[in-house]
Design a binder for this molecule. Sequence first.
Ligand SMILES: Cc1cc2nc3c(=O)[nH]c(=O)nc-3n(C[C@H](O)[C@H](O)[C@H](O)COP(=O)(O)OP(=O)(O)OC[C@H]3O[C@@H](n4cnc5c(N)ncnc54)[C@H](O)[C@@H]3O)c2cc1C
Length: 368
Amino acid sequence: MGASAAYHLARCGMKNIVLLEKEDFFGAGSTGRCAGGVRYQFSTEVNIKLSLASLPMLEYFKDEIGPDINYHRCGYLLIATNETDAATFKRNVELQNSLGVQTQLLSGDEIRSRLPMMQFDDAIVGTFHHKDGLVDPNSVVAGYISASQKLGVRAITNAEVTGIRVVSGEVKAVETTQGVVETHMILNAAGPWSSLIGGMAGVDIPVVPLRRQMFTTSRVKEIPDDFPFVIDFGQSLYFHRSGEGLLVGMSNPYQEAGFDQTVDEEFEFVNLEAAIDRMPLLERASRASHWAGLYEVTPDAHPIFGGCHVKGFTMCTGFSGHGFMHGPVAGRLMSEYIVDGKFSTVDVSMLDLARFEEGRLIKEYNVV
Ligand SMILES: Cc1cc2nc3c(=O)[nH]c(=O)nc-3n(C[C@H](O)[C@H](O)[C@H](O)COP(=O)(O)OP(=O)(O)OC[C@H]3O[C@@H](n4cnc5c(N)ncnc54)[C@H](O)[C@@H]3O)c2cc1C
């Protein structure tokens, strides 16, 4: 979010932009640890509209920004194994189709014939959209950073924000481990850490860090090149191609909030067993790598865009585990908000911070 916003602000002609990163490289937070999935398949109009604006920006990224980000359109196949999910999936497809997203509804038999190497006897329905797929997150971050630097942005690593000076309700400066930056405008794009940054300015931001983890496997020769991003929705268990092997992840429903990013080996075992039940040939593969990262979860699984009661303090955070794909448009939207005072590309004005106090929550169902 920070890299994209810095680039889009600079492209609007904004000067004196400073991007601060506490780690020693950009993308060290959630973005660099994510699964790289990009999809149009959401359950709310605003999330579908964010995808409709953001995914084309990724498609044309190479032309506009430079690097090849490896956009692989393998499609997402979400599978429902209980009646509640099946009914919601049907409604989601109707909504997506009405907005021009040509998601298909598949029967259990169609799923089984598409995935002969998997065990889905209990699949009721599935939803498939051919333009969903995979993108390399680190190339996207690196692309935005170098493009923004060419436009004059100062992008500084090892610069941790440690305090925010607010005087008479207005932002005055940011304190960092490398000195003080005087400013009247802050964009909090600290992902899972954004409630800590909010706290420094006296702003309560309901974004909770939740550990999520995954592993990759050695070569699995039975997996075709066009293997989709498969999601066993009821178990929050997913599989997609990664090199010659697979990337497999699963969300722990009992994970407690916190900033721990070490792999929970006990839960990894649960994930391995569930994965082998669905794809028995994984018994012959070995684990190639594993890691954990943090989801940045809000109470309604939608992000927060815009300002608050502290003048000059804005935020773009809380994408709740599916934000990488919305990073391009989110940065553009924040540049519109900061420069023009309104969101033009997609109306996200309902996704403001005040909605939590005012009870205007909009629940997203397609959270993995
Ligand atoms: C395991 C996993 C799988 C995921 N899979 C997908 C997926 O397939 N598709 C998808 O779209 N999304 C996915 N996500 C979600 C996605 O990664 C996030 O929604 C997105 O990356 C959030 O971006 P961000 O810029 O808000 O946060 P981040 O990428 O975390 O960036 C915030 C940055 O702020 C820095 N920072 C924090 N505090 C400070 C401070 N005090 N001073 C200076 N810098 C600071 C951090 O170091 C970090 O680099 C996944 C996430 C995880 C954890």
